[in-house]
Write a protein that binds this ligand. Sequence first.
Ligand code: ATP
Length: 218
Amino acid sequence: MRKEFVVIGLGRFGGSIVKELVSQGANVMAIDWSPERVDDFAQIATQAVVANTTDEAVIKSLGLWNFEHVIVAIGEDIQASILTTLILKELGVPQITVKATNDYHEKVLRKIGADFVVHPERDMGIRLANHMMSNNVLDYLELSDEHSIMELRASERIAGSSLADLDIRANYGINIVGIKREEEIIVSPMPTEPILVGDILLVIGADVDINRFMKKAL
Ligand code: ATP
């Protein structure tokens, strides 16, 4: 079954989500109140609609509660973003993802029940800073203010040791949930699994513990 999405706000962020979802075979309704922006997506999205989503009657008439997942990609107009999210929530949309522009915006969105809040500029900044601080951090996903999943390049220092040898869970309180080895991905590796040069470790845990592991072991 094809997945059904609605993307509201067709700026660079919302627009790229529409393109990616469509390229992956999803049905996407693209909405913006700017007719020019909607025109740009008429040939790309499954359906492209000019609408102001702060109007509850408009959202109802589009039947947005029938969609599995709605993405609110209105950034600058914080009031419009919050109001749109609130209406979608009240209508019972199962999954609502919203782009936040600042911390205050993010806090309000969480309070009114947005299921997932993204903060692309900040998240990209953190990701880039982590990458620049350490050549070993290849990617980064913030789970909370204090917890993350990181992709770390295994150093020669630990190559040859198994997960049990390093006793990572006991020593650092973190878990290696996967190992990327060239084209292969080892999910939930066994304690006996040896780490090889070039392995990429998928690590989950508290940021302080991951940092301790990076300093000591990588
Ligand atoms: P980006 O940073 O993603 O490029 P942007 O800076 O172009 O975005 P934003 O202010 O973040 O623009 O808004 C994204 C889109 O949301 C715009 O195309 C805008 O027309 C649309 N938009 C804003 N308010 C509403 C609304 N109430 N209903 C529908 N669309 C809206």
